[in-house]
Ligand binder design. Sequence first.
Ligand SMILES: NC(=O)c1ccc[n+]([C@@H]2O[C@H](COP(=O)([O-])OP(=O)(O)OC[C@H]3O[C@@H](n4cnc5c(N)ncnc54)[C@H](O)[C@@H]3O)[C@@H](O)[C@H]2O)c1
Length: 422
Amino acid sequence: MSQFNTISVLGLGYIGLPTATVFAQHGLNVIGVDVNKHAVDTINQGKIHIVEPDLDIAVHQCVENGKLRATLKPETADAFLIAVPTPFKGDDYEPDLSYIEAASNAIAPVLKKGDLVILESTSPVGATEQMAEWLAQARPDLTFPQQTGEDSDIRIAHCPERVLPGHVMRELIENDRIIGGMTQKCSAQAVALYKNFVKGDCIVTNSRTAEMCKLTENSFRDVNIAFANELSIICDRLDINVWELISLANRHPRVNILQPGCGVGGHCIAVDPWFIVNKTPDLAKLIHTARLVNDGKPEWVISQVNNAVVEILQQNPTRSVSDLKIACLGLAFKPDIDDLRESPAVKITEKLAEKYQGQVIAVEPNVEVLPIKLANKDIQLGKLENTLEIADVIVLLVDHKEFKVSNNISENIKVIDTKGIL
Ligand SMILES: NC(=O)c1ccc[n+]([C@@H]2O[C@H](COP(=O)([O-])OP(=O)(O)OC[C@H]3O[C@@H](n4cnc5c(N)ncnc54)[C@H](O)[C@@H]3O)[C@@H](O)[C@H]2O)c1
């Protein structure tokens, strides 16, 4: 029998909603809290406002059997999990902890002795201690781990999330979890909570190491993708097929190069390394350079499109730039999902639409309408088959499964394939 009867999850997005739902599926009473009324209303109708396989049925069942409900305002619970956004502030990549601060201030009035507060949001080193400080300021009548250690009234831990969008419902249960308590007892309580459903190992460390662990995982991927992206640009200059090169090099028993692409996006790999660079700018040189290499790749892709346009016009002197159609295949930040946040494919498509006004068609099988900022740039959302018939330049930006089927692409069409699948 779990020591937790009711838990509350703050932030019902891509991480919070699946997490809340899995707890509810495992018998806990779950109160989801979000500041977005549309999300709260949708969930209370047993529906979902995001795309994640198997989540809709699970939410429907949990709402119907009364184990999950959503609200705008926190209520008392035995444990609180905070899964709110952690973006940057402004353009200098300083982490924005204001969402964590707002969530802390929202739960502070309903905290009671014995409660556990877990920060799940990806956070810079020290954020969990900062959250504990905000809670302590709001509730001077309770004690916190930074004040009284193991005797504290409130337990606090950082437990980062490392699920893969598209596989969240399975990975939440199967993945190992890093549990970074501010004290041993904080960790022990967090392990007890996650063991309600986690089949992977729950590995205990302190909160700072847990924060750095999540950032390290994504920085490792970013640095290795930057290596592949740099190779792709070098190979283009040297007239070498980078895909063949990487597959040959990977025949070495101790070499495993990742695949290049049009850049690096999403809410994690393109963001988290900056949390390390921002904290230790004089030391994090390789991590910083990798960010610059990956962020520079979209500009390189755009220059390839511009070169293709020049070639078409040279080969067809009767045509003019304004007749040409440019097809951008894929907008999401990675294959087979609908998440367009921080997507380099979106950035490339937008910039092309600014230069080639009214001539850009985006094909994104995972969305039904384009976000307003893209529609405002006169970008059309096209179907794959129709678009391939009218395009003069095709830029493959994301390796969605729909694009992998062999398509009949006419030889006259210029193809820039950033994923090597066409
Ligand atoms: N999406 C991923 O694949 C992924 C993976 C690992 C870690 N993370 C991390 O998890 C955290 C959440 O990411 P996400 O993708 O779920 O974000 P999201 O934008 O999908 O969801 C966040 C939710 O929090 C809500 N919110 C904002 N402020 C709030 C507040 N004060 N109180 C209650 N709700 C509030 C928003 O309305 C939104 O619904 C981030 O730190 C992210 O870096 C995300």
